[in-house]
Design a protein around this ligand. Sequence first.
Ligand code: FAD
Length: 467
Amino acid sequence: HPVIHWFRRDLRISDNPALLAAARATPCVVPVYIPSTWNHSHAWTGPNRQSFLCQSLGSLSRNLETRGGRLIFRSGKAVEILMALAQEVGAQAIYYNQDPDPFGKSVEIELEKACIQHGIECHGFHEVTLHGPSEVLTQAGDPYRVFTPYSKNWLSLEKPLPEGLPASLDTPQHLRSESAPQLKHWSLQAAASGVLEGGERAAHDRLKTALAERLSLYQGQRDTPSVAGTSRLSQDLRFGLISIRKVYAEAAKALSRARSKTSTGSIETFIKELAWREFYMAILHHFPHVLEEEFNPDWRGLPWDEPGEKFEAWKAGRTGFPIVDAGMRELRETGFMHNRLRMITAMFLTKDLHHDWRWGESYFMQLLTDGEIASNNGGWQWSAGTGADAAPYFRIQNPWSQSARHDPRGEYIRRWIPELKEVPTARLHEPPSDGRPLAADYPLPCVEHSKERDRTLAIFKKHKESR
Ligand code: FAD
């Protein structure tokens, strides 16, 4: 009897636990992908991530063919499609890798129920993180709320090893398939021109580049956005083009070969970043309310300003703060933003413009190719000061000093704001002292940082006292 492998955010053939298990049961595997039924009903996605997805599906389709498989596309409600397909092909089992997001999990529960009703086996595999959310708990068996003890525990656990490719597949040839989805499937316009190439091969190439050129210098370079100093694997992990086991195993191998203090420290720091990803996924798992409200109850109900002109200026990269604008323009033009800039722009929106972090969270989800609900929410709540292990509210970063520290020569700023090419570096890192714009078509700073900082402190303090 055939079995079904339902592809979701695991768009690869190598080291794919559910696919391997399906292929071990029988070569007669029916791989299926069900494009989301999203029709602009929520503002949490957009063309960059969807176009990367489409390209990655094309690559997955070709990769499956090299093993004798064929990717089937069917659109509709996942559980209904899977049940109908199982009946059509006479499948007795469905294999899939689990989704960490609340919506994906709820579909899994429905699927399990439907499988029981129809007498079909249902096999869900955990692969999205090295350690599941219930594997890393305090001694009392509670979830962690703070990163450092979580990461210590996480680091001490033995890590699962990657596996290889499935043996040959033999998908029945006669099955009907829709054509692979394209942006128009969701009525979306073109993606940003700088979105990276999708597909499993491209992801493996990025890992190779990171290992050869970036990881051993990571510690010194990861906070300098003008340098290509980070792995650029986030969208690959988001779509499962490469497994986290593979990334970890290669980093651990590089660590065992590292000979200098710099490279050892760097690779260790990189591995800790992988733990941040799992920490936020664990937070979302144990505290799913973070998608609705503040992780820290002290900060629920804070009075935020209504989004208006300043929010539009922030989105457009026209706040008059060059470092903030450079980050926002990188995001618009590439579907990516360097981590340091995500922190600067998020803190600017919440602490200088007093906007609810949820507006920024949703805007990032619309544009980021690596848009990951758990990490994005974690990053936003961290920046707003409302999240798990967040910066205390009174530690408000100054965008001007962040600018001078992380882009001392102004290279990153000039790359993304061409109208500032000729402006002397020092002037990029401070409000214009003569009150005149830095360039003819560049705006004056839309707020005065020190004033807004004081206002934020007062708002947070008052809120705390009122509770
Ligand atoms: P590297 O520096 O090479 O790190 C390696 C991997 O570790 C990343 O690919 C990512 O999977 C993980 N990682 C690194 N830093 C973090 C972090 N702080 N939190 C969680 N995981 C991390 N990351 C996303 O993947 N998707 C998001 O939607 C997202 N939104 C964010 C929003 C805000 C406001 C902030 C402050 C951070 C956000 N991050 C998000 C985390 C981080 O900015 C990106 O993971 C990182 O910039 C991706 O680049 P890289 O792959 O080169 O990272």
